[in-house]
Write a protein that binds this ligand. Structure first.
Ligand SMILES: *[C@@H]1O[C@H](CO)[C@@H](O)[C@H](O)[C@H]1NC(C)=O
Ligand SMILES: *[C@@H]1O[C@H](CO)[C@@H](O)[C@H](O)[C@H]1NC(C)=O
Ligand SMILES: *[C@@H]1O[C@H](CO)[C@@H](O)[C@H](O)[C@H]1NC(C)=O
Length: 224
């Protein structure tokens, strides 16, 4: 009997190690919704509609069990509107927004990754991460997300320099499995009241969207 119990214990350890090493949980990543130009605070009317009306019905069916959003970082100005973006969805799901992982210079690079691993030990549910649109590259890097850019193919009309607030990126085991538009009716495709000038069609190629995000970040620059 004692032997059986220690065997079970050993198996449980192996299982939990395996889960921690490569969790199958899907991680969904979105940016903050639209913010005004001229570094004004808050969300634009479009951003508010996205956060309040579009994201909750979009995200509640996705079996999300953890919501992570970076809190406002004074020094960099990052994450001013991430919590506001996440809150209506969190309320719809009955979850709290976890804000222990910050963006910016002083933040712990492993924080989000550690949170996800910890969550994955006890749950197979999905995880939603709401991050500053200007800091997504760091987030992807810190989560060790594979965004291999080999075979950089055609460069048709993809060099627009506008940020894409409408993307929903899904990741499993450090790999991007899809990038889709949030498909917010009346918002995605046109964005009156925000500095986004246009929105291209949905893309399902991770590398191109990710590349674009880099370009966007560079051009938009840092909010103060
Ligand atoms: C992850 O998924 C694979 C394939 O579906 C499965 O074999 C494996 O047991 C899963 N791992 C965990 C930790 O759930
Ligand atoms: C959310 O946080 C409040 C206050 O800390 C706590 O009472 C509540 O149980 C939490 N809810 C969930 C779903 O974790
Ligand atoms: C990507 O889009 C193309 C054309 O729209 C489609 O044929 C292809 O199946 C899509 N790939 C994935 C992985 O969704």
């Amino acid at each position: 009997m004692a032997l059986n119990i220690s065997l079970l214990f050993a198996l449980a350890c192996v299982a939990s190690f395996a889960a921690a090493a490569s969790p199958n949980n899907t991680v969904y990543i979105i940016s903050n919704a639209e913010t005004p130009s001229l570094e004004l605070p808050g969300l634009t009317p479009v951003g508010l509609q996205r956060a309040q009306n579009c994201l909750p019905p979009l995200l509640t069916p996705l079996d999300i069990g953890l919501i992570v959003a970076c809190p406002f970082d004074k020094d960099s100005g990052l994450c001013a509107e991430t919590i506001r973006t996440a809150t209506p969805t969190a309320q719809a799901l009955g979850l709290n927004v976890t804000t222990t992982c910050g963006a910016g210079e002083e933040s712990d690079d492993d924080c989000v990754s550690d949170l996800l691993k910890k969550f994955a030990k006890t749950s197979t549910q999905s995880i939603l991460v709401v991050w500053d649109i200007l800091d997504l590259d760091s987030l992807f890097e810190n989560l060790d997300i594979d965004d291999s850019t080999e075979g950089d193919d055609d460069d048709d009309d993809d060099d627009d320099d506008t940020p894409h607030f409408d993307l929903l990126t899904a990741i499993v085991k450090h790999k991007v499995t899809s990038i889709t538009s949030q498909g917010c009716a009346g918002l995605d495709g046109q964005a009156p009241g925000s500095f986004r000038r246009s929105l291209r069609s949905v893309r399902n190629s991770s590398k191109r969207s990710h590349k674009k995000r880099r370009i966007s970040s560079r051009i938009v620059g840092r909010q103060a």
